[in-house]
Design a protein around this ligand. Structure first.
Ligand SMILES: Nc1ncnc2c1ncn2[C@@H]1O[C@H](COP(=O)(O)OP(=O)(O)O)[C@@H](O)[C@H]1O
Ligand code: SF4
Ligand SMILES: [Mg+2]
Length: 384
């Protein structure tokens, strides 16, 4: 098990990606932006894994693509293995491509159907001039064996394999250059349930054996539960809650996390007082072109009050390894009546700025955890 206090191999701070929306017609002007990722901060410890979870469209894949630098971010910073890679030029990205690899969701479209499996897995070795030609095949066969495929099948084509086997090929390709970080974008979502566990077990074995760090993207909390010691929940381009696994699954404090968890059947019920009622979220996810003011979740939140429309809740650290962005943060059924954030933000309970207040300036967007945090029950700062 990776040490949760290990040095971060990846640190992302206030990351933003706004895609321009163009008008139709001959002169295509920019008429707005899709705020796909809007101020996201987190760390992935070396050899560890962070789960990134949220409904479709919340910005998970965009976050993954920013980290692999398939996109240049609109704002914020990405630090990988001690280097700032936010603005690395195309040339500087070549060595980076060796160290950060991606596994994609769809094993049917992510492999070139006209190339043999050996060519697919061996291509990075040739491109990066890593091995002489006669050493490539033995390495390909070794990789096939590592991912549980027959090493003699190197000259077969992707269509000759099942979905689960293809995903193993995608994993072998990602391992070819011995990366330090794998961004796995819903790596099992397209697979049969019976195959999902096998592929997750393979990833787990690879992590244990090679010490690869993972950013593991999923759309539901069940998938990352066994893989990730730390999990971040995203909603409309922002992280709304992030915590160590035990805290997030047993004592979630954000209404959105609580709703997502209520749909997961295998989560321990005891911690929240017996059987968990399924919480149904009303309505659809709003458009990231015009997200709601204040808290983005407010249009679907059963607890929303006036302050939620006026003031954005900061991602507040409320425990040793627990942060949540909600004015009414609290365990299920124990949410406070008054906003916990008001005094920190210098507003009254309805969110109106209080002229006499002295708001806390360090309610920030820093990645990682601080040694002190805001104790929700006592409403004061606390430390271990
Ligand atoms: N290249 C792009 N251009 C414009 N909008 C995009 C682009 N890629 C993603 N988006 C939009 O950004 C939002 C987040 O998308 P994505 O990161 O794919 O979410 P997820 O992976 O969580 O389903 C969505 O509203 C999506 O439509
Ligand atoms: S800040 Fe308000 S709207 Fe947002 S999650 Fe909390 S209670 Fe709901
Ligand atoms: Mg996606």
């Amino acid at each position: 098990m990776a040490d949760p206090n290990a040095k971060a191999i990846l640190e992302v701070k206030d990351l933003r990606m706004y895609f321009p929306v163009k008008s139709s017609g001959i002169i295509r002007r920019t008429i707005g932006h899709v705020q796909a990722v809007d101020g996201v901060s987190f760390q992935v410890p070396a050899g560890g894994s962070l789960g990134l979870v949220g409904e479709s469209g919340c910005g998970k894949s965009t976050t993954g693509r920013l980290i692999t630098r398939l996109y240049e971010p609109t704002g914020g910073s990405i630090n990988f293995d001690g280097k700032d890679i936010t603005k690395t030029s195309a040339r500087g990205l070549k060595p980076l491509r060796r160290e950060i690899q991606m596994i994609f969701q769809d094993p049917y479209t992510s492999l070139n159907p006209r190339h043999s499996v050996g060519a697919i897995i061996g291509a990075p070795l040739a491109i990066h001039n890593i091995l002489p030609k006669n050493k490539i095949l033995p390495r390909v066969q070794e990789l096939l064996e590592i991912v549980g495929l027959n090493p003699e099948h190197y000259n077969r084509y992707p269509h000759e394999f099942s979905g689960g086997q293809r995903q193993r090929i995608g994993i072998a390709r990602a391992l070819t250059l011995q990366p330090k970080l794998l961004v796995a974008d819903e790596p099992v979502s397209a697979l049969d349930v019976s195959i999902q566990a096998q592929v997750i077990n393979l990833l787990q074995d690879l992590q244990d054996e090679f010490g690869i760090a993972f950013l593991f993207v999923a759309h539901d909390l069940a998938v990352v539960r066994h893989f990730c010691p730390e999990v971040a929940v995203m909603y409309l381009g922002k992280i709304v809650e992030i915590a160590d696994r035990e805290t997030l699954y047993n004592r979630p404090n954000h209404p959105y996390t609580q709703a997502l968890l209520s749909a997961v059947p295998d989560v321990k019920q005891a911690a929240v007082g017996g059987r968990r009622e399924r919480i149904r979220l009303e309505g659809d996810v709003p458009s990231p072109i015009n997200p709601p003011s204040g808290c983005r979740f407010r249009t679907r939140c059963p607890l929303a009050q006036e302050i939620c429309a006026r003031v954005e809740p900061p991602l507040l650290q409320i425990g040793k390894r627990h942060k949540v962005a909600c004015h009414f943060a609290g365990e299920l059924g124990k949410h406070p009546d008054k906003p916990v954030t008001a005094s920190l933000l210098g507003v009254d309970d309805s969110g109106t700025p209080d002229p006499g207040a002295s708001p806390s300036t360090d309610v920030g967007n820093e990645p990682g955890y601080s040694d002190t945090w805001f104790d929700l029950e006592r409403r004061t700062m606390a430390s271990a």
